[in-house]
Design a protein around this ligand. Structure first.
Ligand SMILES: Cc1cc2nc3c(=O)[nH]c(=O)nc-3n(C[C@H](O)[C@H](O)[C@H](O)COP(=O)(O)OP(=O)(O)OC[C@H]3O[C@@H](n4cnc5c(N)ncnc54)[C@H](O)[C@@H]3O)c2cc1C
Length: 403
């Protein structure tokens, strides 16, 4: 039976009214100020983040003893909806980097009690930002080919090697890294997952500058970097199981279909009519675009209904599984098609990067289209998700990864 959340919702509304500073209510960028780590958080943005953390709302489904609020998933969804309705946003997941969505849930599953007590509260409060050092120059889709080594010198794990595309490495305090701990074992059997501090002599980060000027990720070098002996997550040489789970959490967090323009902006149908015009009967003037737009809206609906069905079948508490690969791919497909169609209907106005002849929506659309390209790469590429679906859901034989 569905949980009655009306009492919970009313408590949350009261809590938001009492705790969200009036000066930043409705101003999402003020509430997110400092959240991306480009500067220190201060003023009312800091106060709001601290109050969310005290209530356990940074990672609301985690146990209270580790900084969460012990909420069920339906309650956490209701909390997010109430925040949204009140013009409030929770900056903690962004502040924690890979912490709330990926590292934390994996520590909850694989960590010792001591590791949970050490790492989770800092993530749930947004005070400790995490990055993930998985990919290497010769180990992306074929992640098990990684060569970064960790050796036990008696006192600590000593890491040597290079990671790449490490999102936020230059702004993170901690890193979860996948390392080789047994070079003689079969490639997936000699890997471990280790957690280490970034602020140490043996770690160097070099931001990778993209064409648009931003540097969302880095090359990360480990030169005798040190990790504490008890910061190995899961068993030694069982890092492959740990990272498979972590990646499922990552894909799960990427399964929401991203819309264009935000909840308050014009719909894509309204935008199409603005740019392309309409016929006397109100239909979109371009019949080909009309039919492709209808296909997109149907695909979005199907994606949303499938995601809702998975939640309903699991009575509100879906378990993370290989099915996340299906939703990640459909979310990617829907988001990229929407961005392509929007650019196309804007014509020349969809080609601007800066300047007075383009409005804010047009400039944002171009950036959204470009940044959306990464969706089919990060968290495991589109093709690799198809391989996972073929093998782990459809039961087809392994043909792509040997060893
Ligand atoms: C924005 C962004 C952020 C990222 N953040 C991080 C991060 O924080 N930490 C981290 O460790 N990594 C991160 N990555 C790296 C990401 O995980 C890898 O880029 C991804 O796994 C693909 O690896 P690759 O780039 O080496 O491409 P490759 O593995 O070289 O793949 C190239 C192409 O070949 C295809 N291909 C490869 N193998 C197969 C196969 N078996 N079957 C079918 N097709 C195949 C792929 O689909 C792809 O199209 C990030 C990437 C992006 C774009």
């Amino acid at each position: 039976m569905a949980q009655d959340l009306s009492e919970f919702r009313s408590e949350v509304r009261d809590w938001i009214n009492a705790n969200l500073p009036g000066s930043i209510k409705g101003d999402l960028s003020a509430q997110m100020a400092g959240a991306m780590g480009e500067r220190e958080q201060d003023g009312d943005a800091l106060l709001w983040r601290q109050r969310l953390a005290e209530a356990g709302y940074g990672a609301p489904t985690w146990p209270r003893e580790y900084g969460g609020a012990g909420l069920s998933q339906p309650e956490a969804r209701a909390l997010a909806q109430e925040l949204d309705a009140a013009g409030a946003v929770n900056p903690i997941p962004a502040m924690a980097g890979m912490g709330v969505t990926m590292v934390g849930p994996t520590v909850l599953e694989y960590g010792t009690d001591a590791q949970k007590a050490k790492h989770l509260p800092g993530i749930a409060s947004g005070e400790v930002r995490w990055c993930l050092g998985l990919s290497e120059p010769n180990a992306g889709s074929d992640l098990a080919s990684l060569t970064t080594k960790a050796e036990d010198d008696g006192d600590a794990w000593v890491l040597n090697g290079q990671k790449i595309w490490t999102s936020g490495a230059d702004r993170s305090q901690w890193c979860g890294a996948l390392v080789r701990t047994d070079s003689n074992a079969k490639k997936r059997d000699g890997i471990s997952f280790v957690m280490l501090e970034m602020d140490q002599e043996g770690v160097e980060t070099r931001p990778i500058r993209l064409i648009a000027g931003a540097s969302p990720f880095c090359e990360t070098y480990f030169n005798d970097a040190r990790a504490e002996k008890d910061d190995l997550l899961g068993r030694r040489n069982d890092g492959w199981s740990v990272v498979k789970r972590l990646l499922q959490h990552e894909r799960q967090s990427q399964t929401g279909a991203r819309g264009g323009g935000g909840a308050t902006g014009p719909t894509i149908q309204e935008m199409a009519k603005t740019y392309v015009g309409e016929e006397a009967d109100g239909r979109l003037a371009d019949p080909d675009l009309r039919s492709r737009l209808a296909s997109l809206l149907m695909a979005e609906k199907a994606h949303g209904l499938t995601a809702a069905r998975i939640v309903a079948e699991a009575r509100g508490n879906p378990k993370v599984s290989a099915a996340a690969s299906i939703l990640k791919n459909s979310a990617t497909m829907v988001a990229q098609t929407r961005a392509e169609l929007t650019i196309e209907m804007m014509g020349n106005q969809g080609l601007g990067w800066e300047g007075d002849s383009f409005n804010d929506t047009e400039l944002a659309t171009v950036r959204n289209w470009l940044s959306g390209k990464a969706m089919s790469i990060y968290g495991g590429s589109f093709e690799v998700q198809k391989n996972i679906i073929a093998k782990n859901i459809l039961g087809l034989p392994e043909t792509t990864q040997k060893g």
